[in-house]
Structure formats: structure tokens, C-alpha cells
Design a protein around this ligand. Sequence first.
Ligand code: ADP
Ligand code: MG
Length: 253
Amino acid sequence: PLPGSLILKVQDAVKQFGGLKAVSDVSFDVKAGEIVGLIGPNGAGKSTMFNLVTGVNPATRGNVTLLGRDATRLPARTIHRLGVARTFQHVRLFPELSLLENAMMGGYARGKAGIVASLLHLERREEAALQGAALKQLERVGLRDRAFDQAGNLALGQQRLLEIARALTADPAFLLLDEPAAGLRYGEKAELSALLRRLRDEGVTVLIVEHDMDLVMNLVDRLVVMNGGQELAQGNPQQVRDNPAVREAYLGV
Ligand code: ADP
Ligand code: MG
């Protein structure tokens, strides 16, 4: 995608769970080459927003456009094939499998067949290419030397980095990260920030949900603030920090 072109457009999105509006008429854009932060207190609707953008749990109303395509009703695997990858707030790995195998999963899903079919029928050549791609991403997140360890042996922070490696194995144009720094130590957070900046420089567009305000404010180009399912504010870090509604509802000062 050309720098500045629209990667994501969310228009008047609503997500209703019974009587609860988890997302209520929210609209925002993400442009190619940006790192955008999606912040707000617990229960604000951030993860729900990720789910409706990635097809995991589609919107009740409103529209989602991804990379120029109407993605409002597309299933998750189709959205993934468009070049959209994500991580989850609650780590989803295969603890019995190696880091390498877990990272490779991110690439299978972009193939024509499903994961199981791919595992059974994948050509040797494809398998080798996928392994190479997965190792490259493990290297990128600093886990290359543990490629043959079981994922279940990793500390939580490392599991989050492995999830990012898995997402990157799909070679996404757009990466969504749900609280990637939760459980990371101070040094690991700095490495994560550096990694995300490098990704942006390499043309990957990022939408990040994160509670660590120091990390977010120093990383992102723009912020979208949600509260109670609604959009509270948008702007650059300085504008958001100075916004009285944000200070009251979110920062509590
Ligand atoms: P955040 O990620 O900002 O903390 P969530 O998107 O997880 O918030 O949740 C927003 C609201 O929607 C919360 O009140 C939550 O309990 C509710 N919610 C989320 N997912 C579901 C679901 N699958 N069914 C019912 N309620 C849900
Ligand atoms: Mg959440």
C-alpha cells in the first residue's frame, strides 16, 4: 500500500451483546505507515473492536473497510489472507509445540488450505520456505536461539513476543496487537517499541491496544480513545494528553 493510503476505515461501528453495546457508533481510520494506538479503560470495547475488524466477531452495524475492500462481513481467514494479522490479549499458543512450529502456524493460515490440511499435505519445498520465514521472524523478536524449545516453557512476556513472530510470519501489511506489553519487563518493553518502529519503517502499519501509557505515548503517531464503547477522543499524543475529557475519564486526573 502507498504511504498515506487507507489501510483501515471503521464507519459507525456498533457491536451489541444482548442489551450491552460494547462498541457504540465508533469511526476512525488507519493510514499506511502509521502506528495508531487504541486506548481506554478496561471494558471500553478495544478488544471487541479488534474482533470486528479482524472478522473474529463481526459488527452488528456499521462498516469496516480493509486495504480498499469491504471487510464488514468477511470471515477471519479471508481477512488474514488480505494481509491483516493480529495477536490476542490472552495469549493463544500451542504450549506443546516448539516456538518454530508455533511461528510457522502464522504462515499456514495464509495458504489455500486450512492448518490441518496444510500440516498433512504441505510440500517439502513449501515447508522449508515456511520454516525459513518463521525463523526469520523469531530472530526479529529475539527468540531465534529458542526455536526448538517448547512454547509452554517461555515466560509470559516471551510468549507475547512469539505471538508477534507468528503474526509476522504471514508477512502482513497491517498488524493489530492487543496489549503486547502486558507481562513484559522494562527492557523487553523497550525492545518491543524498537521492533514496532522498525516494522513501521519497513512498511508495516500497526494498530496497538496498550495500557502502558509511557510506551504508547512515545511510540504512536495517533491515538483513538474509547470509553464505555464510545469514541472519546482522537488525535496525536499531545492532543490526547491535553484533552480534558480523556484526563477525566481515563487518566483520572
Ligand atoms: P476492552 O478490551 O476495552 O477491555 P472488551 O472489548 O473486552 O473491552 O469488552 C467491552 C465490553 O463488552 C465489556 O463490558 C465486556 O464484558 C463485553 N463483552 C466482550 N466480549 C463479549 C462477549 N463475547 N459477550 C458478551 N459481552 C462481551
Ligand atoms: Mg481488551
